[in-house]
Ligand binder design. Structure first.
Ligand code: OGA
Ligand code: MN
Length: 288
């Protein structure tokens, strides 16, 4: 069966049809990889993967990253250190089996507080709540292309400081000292407009709003510009809302998208297994 793609939204994402990730030829993999480079988010429905299948598919994209340090450190299924659990479900001792709980996860890109953030992350849906818990994606290449001149001028070639204090659920990362001062917070500086290493296009790279700071501006100027940039890129025309079905695999490019998650009923269960592809290089500035 031929591999085909269908747009998920105007700005970002395609569904890839005709692929069983358990048995995928090299040619099929190349088509999946191309779709990912070109559209930044790919959806593959009706997959039947165990953790070994998920790892095997993930490793075709490169070396895997250890899971992010979240509110309770790194949580993996026993025997699978490269898989990470996103879940609100509690174990026998009443401890969560995964990260992020059932609240909102605010807009972010994964682990941009590191010098070399992961290229990609993917989630595979094992249990989903009857409603809520949708995951939204923002196409940051479309947002960069449509950046108003005034914002483009104010931003110039400045860098942004990305915060490593809090995760997208608002939880303090394990072992980190709380602060709301971007200058004291752990984190990394990255160019605000990156050149995508695979497709060469500019992408706006903001990371997280909290504790973010734009180089060379006063705190007040930086906050004002950040508000304007965030308001611009989270407009509906740049977004895709993913409503999960069991067996969905969604993979996103961390350099050219952001994502957030809606809250859901804490009495419902949501279990996602997740992998992350190691960064292939430091984010590079678009302006040359
Ligand atoms: C993640 C993440 C959101 C979700 O895994 O990096 O932000 O929908 N997950 O679970
Ligand atoms: Mn995330």
């Amino acid at each position: 069966m031929a591999v085909t793609v269908r747009p998920l939204s105007a700005a970002v994402g395609v569904e890839v049809l005709g692929v069983d990730l358990k048995r995928m030829s090299e040619a099929e993999f190349r088509a999946v990889e191309r779709a990912w480079y070109e559209h930044s988010v790919i959806l593959l429905r009706n997959q039947q993967l165990d953790d070994n299948h998920l790892l095997a598919f993930s490793r075709r994209f490169g070396e895997l990253d250890p899971p992010p340090n979240q509110e309770r450190g790194r949580i993996s299924p026993p025997g699978y250190p490269d898989i990470y659990v996103v879940s609100n479900v509690l174990d026998r001792n009443g401890d969560p089996i995964g990260a992020l709980g059932n609240g909102e996860a605010v807009w972010h890109t994964d682990m941009s507080y590191l010098e070399m953030p992961p290229d990609a992350s993917m989630l595979y849906a094992l249990e989903i709540p009857p409603s809520g818990g949708n995951t939204w994606f923002c196409g940051m290449q479309a947002a960069a292309a449509a950046l108003p001149d005034d914002l483009r001028r104010r931003l110039g070639t400045r860098r942004v400081k990305h915060d490593g204090t809090y995760n997208s659920g608002g939880y303090l990362r394990k072992g980190v000292t709380p602060t709301d001062d971007p200058m004291k917070a752990p984190g990394a500086w990255h160019p605000a407009i990156l050149k995508h290493p695979a497709n060469g296009r500019p992408t706006l790279y903001l990371g997280r709003r909290r504790n973010s700071y734009i180089e060379g501006l006063s705190r007040a100027e930086s906050d004002a510009l950040l508000e304007a940039l965030w308001a611009h890129c989270t407009q509906p025309q740049f977004l895709y809302e993913h409503v999960w079905r069991l067996g969905d695999l969604v993979m996103w490019d961390n350099r050219s998208t952001m994502h957030r998650r809606d809250p859901f009923d804490g009495a419902a269960r949501r279990i996602m297994h997740r992998t992350q592809i190691k960064g292939s290089g430091k984010p590079i500035a678009y302006a040359a």
